[in-house]
Design a protein around this ligand. Structure first.
Ligand SMILES: [Zn+2]
Length: 349
């Protein structure tokens, strides 16, 4: 078995500072364009792993090699903390929790969503169906949404639905690696995004909330509390939530963010200002593309913006367009109008 641990522990030239004492970054491979996912091992009481990588044998082997190099076994892990629900962060959590017999802590509503006593087949099926219905409601052709189903299933296969033993709420404190971390709910990239903040050092375990290399997508989702969404379930205004969350984080006086991908981030104020400006500019661009009388679907807008990427990334392109339209709608600069067959379009007001 090749030893991948050196690469997984490598620092980035762009790291904005050093990792705090007793915290190790473990960058595990993923099959996604984003590249590696950062896990953090927090040494101290209790020995804690923050996020878990995708649910593959390679990912698990690499993690075990890295842990061994740091003097730990997988079985030594005493707690898993999850920054959010995405598969590259939760993938191995069930396997690790089982092997290490340790609790998993995450944002509280994930406890019901992942509850093994619920009909998980029904929940995942309904949530997948909800995503497809959202696409078709916004003009994405039926054959395209059906064609994207295998990609949804592949995503699910790389993930996990762990039992959440420690449900965390905004304002709670969780002990991990000899530090007390405050839980701050900062939704937008996903509904379950939390920051774990050590106020004494200004350090935050930040998941995908703010990344230095790329603007995190405001991924379309139904509310976490609606386990089995249907056509009447409204989407969360992901980008509006995200903007508000980033503004809160900018006001938090943080010195170092330990992100879910890429290099460590310093005081995030400037980067957040850049991200907010990027979203404003992109919203303006969509506004320019809108007409005052001829409604356009998000599919039409996404196709004009990204051409064939729409065919390979229907959900992501729709999430981006609808997120920016939500900003324009909130400013009363755009409006949703019904078209034929339950499809909706958008016009400038
Ligand atoms: Zn994510």
């Amino acid at each position: 078995m090749p030893d991948h641990s050196e690469r997984a522990l490598a620092t980035h030239a762009a790291d904005a500072g050093a990792l705090p004492e007793g915290i190790h970054r473990i960058a595990l491979p993923t099959p996604f364009p984003i590249g590696r996912v950062n896990l953090y091992l927090l040494e101290g009481d209790p020995l804690t792993l923050v996020d878990t990588g995708v649910n593959t044998g390679t990912s698990l082997d690499t993690l075990e090699q890295v842990l061994a190099g740091l003097g730990h076994r997988l079985e030594d892990i005493e707690q898993i903390l999850l920054t959010h629900e995405h598969v590259d962060h939760v993938g191995l959590s069930t396997v690790i929790a089982h092997r290490a017999d340790c609790p998993v802590a995450a944002y509280a509503p994930l406890q019901a969503l992942f509850d093994p006593d619920q009909d998980q087949g029904q929940i995942t099926g309904a949530r997948m169906g909800w995503g497809m219905a959202q696409l078709e409601r916004n003009g994405y052709p039926h054959e395209l949404t059906v064609g994207s189903l295998p990609a949804f299933h592949l995503m699910m296969a790389l993930g996990s639905r762990p039992v959440i033993d420690l449900p965390l709420r905004h304002g709670d404190t969780v002990r991990a690696g000899g530090r007390d971390w405050e839980v701050r709910h900062r939704p937008g990239h996903s509904p379950s995004d939390v920051l774990f903040v050590d106020p004494s050092s200004g350090t935050a375990l930040a998941g995908d909330h703010v990344l230095s290399g790329t603007s995190s997508n405001p991924i379309l989702a139904p509310p976490l509390e609606v386990l089995v969404p249907d056509e009447t379930t409204d989407r969360l205004p992901s980008l509006q939530l995200f903007v508000k969350s980033m503004q809160q984080t900018a006001a938090d006086d943080l010195l170092l963010l330990l992100p879910g991908h890429g290099p460590l981030v310093g005081p995030p104020g400037e980067l957040i200002a850049e991200r907010l400006a990027f979203h404003d500019k992109r919203a303006e661009k969509f506004l320019e593309m809108l007409d005052a009388s001829e409604p356009q679907t998000t599919y039409a807008l996404a196709t004009r913006m990204w051409k064939s990427v729409v065919l390979t990334q229907p959900s992501l392109t729709h999430s981006e367009v609808i997120g920016h339209l939500d900003l324009l709608i909130a400013d009363e600069r755009a409006r949703e109008v019904p078209l034929a067959d339950g499809v909706v379009g958008f016009i400038a007001t």
